[in-house]
Design a protein around this ligand. Structure first.
Ligand SMILES: [Zn+2]
Length: 268
């Protein structure tokens, strides 16, 4: 390649990286985000409409009430924290909503626009408000930390999935949608399930425990929950745990961040 062209390319890449540098709420980790929150929110809105168009809302009112109450308490605590710390930008493009879907799937997720969906199949293992808060705190943490945007950005730059998708003949919008679905673990429709990286799982655990503590839930139930759900301890297919893999190291990490998270609990 011609020297001046490669210099221009390097310069352009550097500009993109500078422009795209973000910082995770509370953990302060620097990250590269190549997509705007506006793009991510509109892709999330499309995904939500598509998923809910094929889903049936649950009529299990006790569980619906529990999910809404835990969701309201956690997100109110997050909103309050963000306001008090001048970090409102973290909630740009997010408006919280909580649904319970009638399905045997052991699954729950939070889209980056704040749409949180639980499946009935996960309720037998999240059968108390504290256990719902473990899963919901973790899912909301992935959204607050913009892990999906970061994954999409990495895929576009270096990932095999990104390369496969850019080779695929389709409109730019279709390609973006495909990367979005893979990055957010919604790829089961595409036959690709990409588990969150260890780094993102640990960060979502830490942030999830902190926001759970802020809302007054018992963070000490978390290690036992992830331990029961760690690899090899259950035989049924559990969608949630294939995108959020758990093992002994992860549980050690959770134990290590409990004292930090406890400091965020409201004074009694
Ligand atoms: Zn996770």
């Amino acid at each position: 390649m011609n020297k001046s062209i490669s210099r221009i390319l390097m310069f352009a890449t550097a500009l993109v990286l500078i422009a795209a540098c973000g910082q995770v709420l509370i953990t302060g980790r620097k990250q590269m985000l190549l997509f705007s929150q506006g793009e991510i929110t509109s892709l999330s809105d499309q995904a939500y409409t598509e998923i809910m168009g094929q889903a049936k809302l649950s009529d299990d009112y006790n569980n619906i009430r529990m999910i809404r109450e835990v969701g309201h308490n956690i997100t109110s605590a997050v909103d309050r924290y963000v306001r008090e710390n001048g970090a409102e930008a973290a909630l740009e493009g997010i408006s919280w909503k909580f649904d319970l879907v009638e399905s045997d799937q052991v699954n729950a997720f939070c889209l980056p626009n704040g749409n949180i969906v639980f499946y009935e199949g996960i309720m037998p293992i999240t059968n108390t408000p504290d256990l719902v808060a473990v899963v919901m705190g973790h899912e909301i943490a992935h959204a607050l930390a913009k892990h999906g945007n970061e994954r999409m950005s990495q895929e576009v730059l270096v990932g095999a999935v990104g390369q496969a998708i850019s080779a695929y003949i389709g409109t730019e919008d279709q390609k973006k949608q495909a990367i979005f679905q893979v990055a957010y673990g919604l790829g089961s429709q595409l036959g690709v399930m990409l588990p969150y990286s260890r780094k993102h799982e640990y960060e979502a655990d830490r942030l999830g425990l902190i926001i759970m503590a802020m809302a007054g839930y018992d963070i000490n139930v978390a290690p036992g929950f992830w331990d029961r759900m760690s690899a090899g301890k259950n035989s049924a297919p559990m969608e949630f745990f294939s995108t959020h893999p758990s093992d002994a190291n992860r549980i050690k990490n959770i134990m290590a961040v409990l004292p930090e998270a406890a400091k965020y609990a409201p004074a009694k």
